[in-house]
Design a protein around this ligand. Structure first.
Ligand code: FAD
Ligand code: 2HG
Ligand code: ZN
Length: 530
């Protein structure tokens, strides 16, 4: 580990081993409680009587559709089904929402998806598509008794062309599996995120997930070349283009990227994948102020130009949480108000290291960073990334709930939202040490390179007083600073009422018109999105 302190660059090969002073404040299990039903915690949501109720004839149809090609169902109408088998389909990752589905369908082929949707459309049975169920906005689980259509059995990688880098695969392939497959071909998936071991490429496409390296490899709107999707009436839309350029007519696939299952089910994708970098460097800096984080970002772009692949900001509160709840070593001995994880990816190790060292010398000279380390091997690199990727898991262990806001903001005001939130919650006496104060901590971190802040409010338990203090206040704050209320997690159930803070009435009206064209009976993703 290369250790930087003021003007000194010395090889020390170890991480600091300082235990957190906050360690007693937090619990240790991820969301140990069982969430209440969404329908109970949000009584303003009412089941839409237009939707039919599932019956035995429906189950018989689904069973006969699936049996030939190996799909399966989990059927709550059957008395012998253990109710806990449906729980995983009904509860979201944040344990904030819980639905009441009686049926999860796991198709194996696109044709099965088509037959199922056609049937549900004719019967007016509501559907919620589900990938890895790692979404953070309550989109992937039912609100009432919607049928869950889970893509996990559609998990084949179909082809990879080494010359063009185009990968063709089913929507249900786990992101990490796709990337491991590509690693063997010396390529990589152009998206990476903390949930990669569970989220599916179709779920990522459906949410237009941004992740850790959007700064370098761009958005899925650019890297997904083709999509196969099934419309609610069963029509299979085959747009599995493998071409980089296809300038013919409306680019309909773009409507599905980020549509969160509102328009149909994504069943297959083609994705353009870059070569795996030959050289990766990760540095971790301690920074004394947000102003200096901005300066470090500007200098990093200027010195590293084409090789910068991630620039992630973390505040001290987030790192105290990681100290308390994650077993990774602490890279820097002293605490700092902010930390930055900087990554480069390139093809020439010497060249990349030279650029990084020049940057670091400059940052030290100008006193932009107070301290830092550079990973010297793969395991140190992983430890440094864990300090960033582990924050979400640690937040989930801090109390029994987290209010999450993923916003885009102009960089100069990005962290002001965290301070403003802390002040507001303290003024309202909701933030504090005592057990009758619901808020444990307010944390800010995120993909600084993309202008994306993750504001997290960790609570002892979900509490309506906190929710009322934060919503719509956070969204108003973001809109008044010309930001977006969702940078990457999407709308789901959480942000549906607040879309007006980011989109004009004309745009929302056009979205509803399009919904009517794709899904006139409104069976897909009810109660959510727009
Ligand atoms: P799900 O959660 O199952 O579904 C998400 C939405 O898409 C739902 O509305 C669902 O109905 C719909 N959907 C799912 N599959 C399909 C399909 N095949 N067709 C149509 N609709 C579908 N997100 C980021 O953007 N960047 C991050 O860095 C990031 N990091 C994360 C880290 C952690 C630890 C966790 C828990 C989550 C993170 N997320 C991140 C959020 C989440 O992982 C992503 O949104 C991911 O893309 C969701 O994929 P999934 O397969 O789990 O989808
Ligand atoms: C990340 O960037 C994810 O790690 C999750 O988008 C952010 O936990 C969060 O709020
Ligand atoms: Zn993120």
């Amino acid at each position: 580990m290369l250790f930087l302190r003021r003007q000194v660059l010395a090889q020390v090969g170890r991480f600091a081993n300082v235990s957190a002073n906050a360690s007693t404040k937090f619990g240790s299990l991820r969301f140990a409680h069982k969430p209440s039903f969404t329908a109970d915690s949000y009584p303003s949501l009412q089941r839409d009587p237009r939707y039919a109720t599932l019956n035995q004839a429906d189950i018989d149809f689904f069973r006969s559709t699936l049996e030939k090609e190996g799909g399966s169902i989990v059927n709550g109408l059957d008395q012998s089904t253990d109710p806990s088998d449906l729980e995983a389909f009904n509860v979201d990752w944040t344990h904030k929402y819980r639905g009441k589905t009686q049926l999860a369908i796991k198709p194996k082929t696109t044709e099965q998806v088509s037959r199922i949707l056609k049937y549900c459309n004719s019967r007016r049975l509501a559907i919620v598509p589900q990938g890895g169920n790692t979404g953070l906005v309550g989109g992937s689980i039912p609100v009432f008794d919607e049928i869950v259509l889970n893509l996990s059995l559609m998990n084949k990688i179909h082809s990879f062309d080494e010359l063009s880098g185009v990968l063709s695969l089913d929507a249900g392939v786990i992101l990490e599996n796709a990337d491991n497959f590509l690693a063997e071909k010396d390529h990589m998936f152009p998206l990476d995120l903390g949930a990669k071991g569970s989220c599916q490429v179709g779920g990522c496409a459906a949410t237009a997930a941004g992740g850790l390296r959007l700064l370098r490899y761009g958005s899925l709107h650019g890297t997904i070349l083709g999509i196969e999707a099934v419309l609610p009436d069963g029509t299979i839309l085959d747009n599995m283009v493998t071409l980089r350029k296809d300038n013919t007519g409306l680019d309909l696939k773009q409507l599905f990227i980020g549509s969160e299952g509102y328009l149909g089910i994504i069943t297959r994708l083609t994705v353009i994948c870059p070569r795996r970098p030959r050289s990766t460097n990760v540095a971790f800096f301690g920074v004394s102020s947000y102003e200096n984080v901005l300066k470090a970002f500007s200098e990093s772009k200027s010195y590293l130009t084409e090789i910068i692949s991630a620039f992630e900001m973390m505040d001290n509160t987030s790192q105290r949480l990681v100290d308390a709840l994650n077993s990774t070593q602490r890279p820097l001995e002293e605490e700092h108000p902010f930390y930055v994880l900087l990554e480069t990816q390139g093809s020439n190790k010497e060249h990349d290291e030279q650029k990084l060292n020049e940057l670091i010398e400059n940052l030290i000279e100008k006193e932009v960073i107070a301290d830092g380390v550079i990973a010297q091997d793969e395991s140190q690199l992983r430890v440094l990334w864990e300090r960033r990727e582990g924050i979400t898991e640690c937040l989930a262990k801090a109390g029994s709930g987290v209010y999450k806001y993923d916003v885009s903001l102009p960089l100069n005001v990005l962290y002001d939202l965290v301070n403003a939130t802390k002040e507001r919650l303290a003024d309202l006496k909701l933030l504090g040490e005592s057990s009758d104060q619901p808020v444990i901590d307010v944390v800010g971190f995120g993909h600084m390179g993309d202008g994306n802040l993750h504001l997290n409010v960790a609570v002892r338990q979900y509490d309506k007083r906190v929710e009322k203090a934060l919503e719509p206040w956070v969204f108003e704050w973001v809109a008044s600073h010309r930001g977006s209320i969702s940078a990457e997690h999407g709308l789901g159930l959480l942000k549906k009422p607040y879309l007006g803070y980011s989109k004009s009435p004309e745009m929302i009206s056009l979205m509803k018109t399009l919904k009517n064209v794709f899904d006139p009976n409104g069976i897909m993703l009810p109660y959510k999105y727009v």
